[in-house]
Design a protein around this ligand. Structure first.
Ligand SMILES: C[S@@+](CC[C@H](N)C(=O)[O-])C[C@H]1O[C@@H](n2cnc3c(N)ncnc32)[C@H](O)[C@@H]1O
Length: 392
């Protein structure tokens, strides 16, 4: 199969899956050579003994071209600096840049609902693949894309040039937007944010839309589509689907070192214990984790297993230093121990109970509103709307 045929086959696959819904975006997928944007990437393997490992795949690998046109996310950078060219063997690390699953990229572009001539800001250029799709659809003159990592941005710029596109590429923090090319009809982010930046509200045209995954530090993610009103207030809803993106670098959770965790564990020696009404399993539930982090926006959690014993959950509020520690009981329940200036698991339980009392509704029942200073997520519960506006 030629590369052109592979792009057409990818478009067929995305159309069958329901991600690709319009002839305009179909034409873009058919014309963008994805292999140009992923000349090398990492393939993920989950191992029982060494955790997740990343195996480099280069363009001289027999499988490379096939893989490049698969509807899969290909990680292109680990830990903010390791590229597939740096290693020959499988390595550990956290993904920090990728070419996102084409089905997700296309679905988001369809949800963005652009008209011909729309001026678009993309945050998170990454490999440049989604930027190229935007250029095919709207013309490079209507596309501004910002990438925080200079090396990633340089690779994307080279790939875009090879594919025949010269959009406005900016190296910098996309949370500041790009005032020079504003106002935008649409802003789309392929990294997630805890709070929608006020710069985006200022730089979006009234009536413009923002499509971004809203996240937090307990691992909940929801894709939000907001419309910007006249006074710089944006309101919107959450779209269906389990969608997650790496968090925008300045909004990533602080790294909690071993020493800080050790100090947290020591506080638990004097902590009061009670049966937990909500166990840590809520953090594994897609919407549950999202609700939990609304109530505990500065809390990070870590599941730990000591000497082959049961998994226990440690939570630490990075703002106040408060801790909560959940251990399993013999009867299948959980005990929570809390210490420090606040009771963080009490807050999580209160929010989760509100959500459960409303029938554990899915994300489509939540609304989001921001004026750039206060971001509120509200739930249309049977007893009236409930809102969370966490201080972040
Ligand atoms: C999932 S990748 C983007 C995928 C890309 N759209 C594609 O199709 O290849 C997310 C990118 O966001 C970038 N990023 C993270 N924080 C950012 C920020 N504050 N401003 C701009 N880019 C950011 C990362 O460096 C990474 O390259």
């Amino acid at each position: 199969m030629t590369e052109d045929e592979r792009a057409v086959a990818l478009a067929d696959e995305l159309e069958r899956a329901g991600d690709l819904r319009s002839p305009e975006w179909r034409r873009a997928v058919e014309r963008v050579p994805r292999h140009v944007f992923v000349p090398a990437f990492f393939e993920r393997t989950d191992t029982p003994d060494r955790g997740t490992l990343w195996t480099p795949v280069h363009s001289d690998d027999d499988r490379w071209l096939d893989l490049a046109y698969r509807d899969e996310t290909w990680v292109t950078q680990l830990d903010g600096h390791i590229t597939p060219h740096d290693v020959d063997e499988p390595v550990g690390g956290d993904p920090t840049s990728s070419s996102t699953l084409p089905g997700l990229v296309v679905r988001m572009l369809e949800d963005l609902d652009v008209d011909d001539g729309a001026n678009v800001l993309e945050v998170g250029t990454g490999s440049g693949y989604s930027t190229a799709l935007l250029c095919e659809r709207l013309g490079a003159g209507k596309v501004t894309s910002i990438e925080v990592d200079a090396g990633v941005a340089a690779n994307a710029a080279a790939a875009l040039r090879r594919a025949g596109h010269v959009p406005n590429l900016v190296v910098g923090d996309g949370l500041d937007g790009c005032p020079l090319a504003a106002p935008y009809d649409r802003i789309i982010a392929t990294c997630s944010v805890r709070t929608i930046p006020s710069a985006w509200l200022v730089q979006a045209r009234p009536g413009g839309r923002i499509l971004v995954t809203v996240t937090g530090w307990l691992g909940g993610y929801e894709l939000a589509l907001l419309e910007v009103g006249d006074g710089g207030v944006a309101e919107g809803r959450f779209l269906p689907g389990a969608i997650s993106f790496m968090v925008a670098r300045p909004q990533a959770p602080p790294v909690v070192g071993d020493e800080r965790w050790r100090a947290a564990f020591e506080m638990l020696a004097d902590a009061g214990a009670r049966p937990a009404v909500v166990g840590p399993g809520v953090l594994k539930d897609w919407t549950g984790a999202f609700v939990a982090q609304l109530a505990a926006p500065t809390v990070v959690a870590q599941a730990v297993r000591v000497d082959g014993g049961p998994w226990v959950e440690y939570c630490l509020d990075t703002a106040s230093g408060a801790v909560a520690f959940l251990t399993p009981d013999a009867d299948g329940g959980w005990t929570v121990r809390q210490a420090g200036p606040k009771r963080i698991w009490d807050d999580v339980e209160a929010a989760v109970r509100t959500w459960r009392d409303a029938g554990s509704p899915a994300k489509e029942r939540f609304r989001i509103r921001t004026d750039g200073r206060v971001q509120t997520v509200s739930l249309d519960a049977p007893g009236g709307p409930v809102s969370w506006a966490p201080p972040l």
